[in-house]
Design a protein around this ligand. Sequence first.
Ligand code: CP
Ligand code: NVA
Length: 314
Amino acid sequence: MDPTTLEGRSLCTWLDYTAEEIRYFLDVSKQVKAESQRHEVHRRFEGKTLALLFEKRSTRTRCAFETAFGEEGGHPVFLSTADIQLGAKESIEDTARVLGRMFSAIQFRGFKQSTVETLTRYSGVPVYNGLTDDFHPTQVLADIQTLEEQYGPAPGKKLCFVGDGRNNVARSLMVICAKLGLHFTLITPPSLNPDPDLTARCTAVAQVSGAQLRHTPDTAEVEGAHAVYTDVWASMGEEAKKEERIRLLRPYQVNQALMDKTGRKDSIFLHCLPAIKGEEVTAQVIDGPQSRAWDQAENRKHTIKAILLATLGS
Ligand code: CP
Ligand code: NVA
């Protein structure tokens, strides 16, 4: 793969990337993690600027972008909707045009996937999706890196997502697993299955990569899983649905009994965080020996640096 083909690209969803390109980001991430462990200092973003637009809260994504970019000499600027006009008094298109004249790249976290796509279309600079209602692509790159640190190459391994099957993280996992040839089982009540359009697109991708994609309400299907993954039952913006979700998803809590159903002593637990202990996962599991949630959080920074390096042409 020619890495220069990544220069100037945006990341709205992994659907826009090939398996080889995703693999390249993972390789760069591994390299920058090793550099960080050796305490090497680089200045690869000197003279560059990054706008960080946030409609929703964030700990990991914001800190990963700010530290990955800033420690290499780049200048990140955090802008919440309390600070700038973003679709309120000024159209997204016009904001994109203006930011594109001042910044080397833009990160957007917010509600609509169409906003990150509009920013991409009108800014003329790389735009990164730091989470929308539909997708969370930078998260799942870190998740694959974490899984590979445990088991080696992802293709042929089994990842189960247990919980709200139509949320941004579950949908993004389905996409990246389909691309990379990782078997993906979504364990969720039928009413929370992702939309059939996305499932059909992922199924077509999986036919090429060899990934097996399954949707099931049966938690016994965690059997053989290398990794069990969950996320909050009500995502940001869905607070009104919380009570209903708790009733619906209680049988899907990831507790030790569910982890034991994998039948593998070495299976790992993954969570994008933030977690609500006692709801989607017990403290015993997330704070226990099978959890890799904290490695995942650290890997957000390395994978985000890899995405910035490859797309900003450093
Ligand atoms: N996992 C994740 O995106 O965390 P934040 O919401 O804290 O950014
Ligand atoms: N599904 C969660 C992910 C948080 C990182 C949310 O959107 O709130």
